[in-house]
Design a protein around this ligand. Structure first.
Ligand SMILES: C[S@@+](CC[C@H](N)C(=O)[O-])C[C@H]1O[C@@H](n2cnc3c(N)ncnc32)[C@H](O)[C@@H]1O
Length: 379
């Protein structure tokens, strides 16, 4: 019987419930959805699976301990009591990063060096080392996060953030984070049998994430993770997780996904990104003015992240774009339309109240996700 570990899948504000749903879909049951994170208990084999499969989480962190700390002494002693040797090997390299919010211990550099010293002391004792720890081995990024005097000590299992799928070779001015793009797609009830279009696709993030979802391709399939080097996770757990991803990918699922954009350079970048993602020619890319978009089939899904018109001079153009989109889509009631924008009067210009709205952050920009549900026609 393996000991369970506590994992924290971090999430952008507004995406927590979607991350929680993804964690449950992986089969984990002890799941708590909190602000900015989803906490769950599972066997260590969940580390490879969560990193490979979570489309909307930022990172997966391993919780080492949690306690109240009002003084540096307390922080030192309680950190030293934690079983670091269960995770970090004798040669492990473990830089400590930190943050502190509304806490008595507010000096982050001091907290970091105290945590570092406490772990060093613990490991030296456990490994029977009198001199320096070499730190030439696997990489363990330790984080001390203080919030209202509660210290949370974690080790990052992901390495680079999970939005880095490994397919982005180029991008436009305002690319959407892959994790947010995946969340936009997952919020719809699009099924790969239906047409899917992003007529303002930029570097193609939404269409590419839709294609990965459509064929059930694990988003982390093309990259590596910091914890692949960790010895407390069995190599067979990684092998099985990659094998599972291979087995579950449905490369035979036909897709009807199109991305178009006015800018030919971005269409080229989108094409290259799709190739890098292993999608080859599966997504159709077109250089096209949005007003030329004309659905040819019923029951489609339009999901897009248009320009927001936040820069001086762009506003009128963007307002006209929103009006045009509304008047085009009015003639296709079987289509569902999903638009992410920070423009507060979007519904007025589009000419219709959204069926549903959801508040989301695109980086630091406060946006709404306007959702118009189409009325599917029977074929
Ligand atoms: C915010 S960006 C989309 C970014 C994209 N989601 C990504 O991840 O790269 C908006 C895109 O709309 C395109 N665009 C603006 N006006 C357009 C129009 N009238 N027709 C087609 N594309 C347009 C721009 O070229 C830009 O790439």
């Amino acid at each position: 019987m393996t000991n369970k570990v506590t994992l924290i899948a971090t999430a952008a504000m507004g995406l927590e419930a979607i991350v929680g749903k993804e964690v449950r879909a992986l089969g984990y049951e002890d799941v708590q959805v909190e602000n900015g994170r989803v906490v769950f208990k599972a066997e260590p084999s969940a580390i490879p699976r969560a990193n490979l499969w979570l489309r909307t989480a930022d990172r997966v962190k391993l919780l080492v301990g949690k306690f109240k700390a009002y003084s540096f002494d307390e922080l030192f002693e309680k950190t030293k009591e934690l079983p670091w040797e269960q995770f970090i090997t004798e040669e492990g390299e473990f830089p400590v990063v930190g943050k502190s919010v509304k806490s008595k211990l507010y000096s982050v550099p001091d907290c970091q060096s105290i945590v570092k010293k406490a772990i060093v002391e613990r490991l030296k004792k456990k490994y029977g080392i009198a001199s320096w720890l070499k730190e030439t081995g696997a990489f363990y990024r330790v984080e001390i996060a203080l919030h209202k005097d509660e210290a949370l000590l974690t080790i990052d299992t992901s390495g680079s953030g999970l939005h880095k799928r490994g397919y982005r070779v180029g991008q436009g001015e305002a690319p959407l984070k892959e994790t947010l793009a995946a969340a936009l797609v997952q919020t719809t009830n699009w099924h790969p049998d239906h047409p899917f279009v992003d007529p303002l696709c930029g570097s193609g993030t939404i269409a590419i994430e839709a294609a990965l979802i459509g064929q059930n391709i694990a988003p982390g399939f093309n990259r590596s993770f910091a914890s692949e080097e960790w010895s407390f996770i069995q190599q067979t757990d990684w092998d099985q997780a990659f094998q599972e991803a291979e087995d579950l990918a449905n490369y035979d699922q036909p897709l009807n996904i199109t991305g178009s954009d006015l800018n030919p350079e971005l269409i080229n970048i989108a094409k290259q990104n799709a190739i890098e993602a292993g999608l080859g020619e599966l997504v159709t890319w077109k250089q096209m003015q949005m007003t030329d978009f004309k659905p040819k089939q019923d029951n489609g899904y339009l999901v897009s992240n248009p320009p927001y018109g936040e820069r001086m001079g762009d506003r009128e153009e963007v307002e006209q774009l929103y009006r045009d989109l509304g008047s085009i889509m009015r003639d296709y009631p079987s289509w569902s339309v999903y638009i992410l924008t920070s423009y507060e009067k979007f519904e007025e210009l589009y000419g219709k109240k959204a069926t549903k709205k959801r508040k989301l952050f695109n980086g630091f920009i406060k946006t709404d996700y306007y959702q118009y549900f189409g009325k599917h026609v029977k074929k």
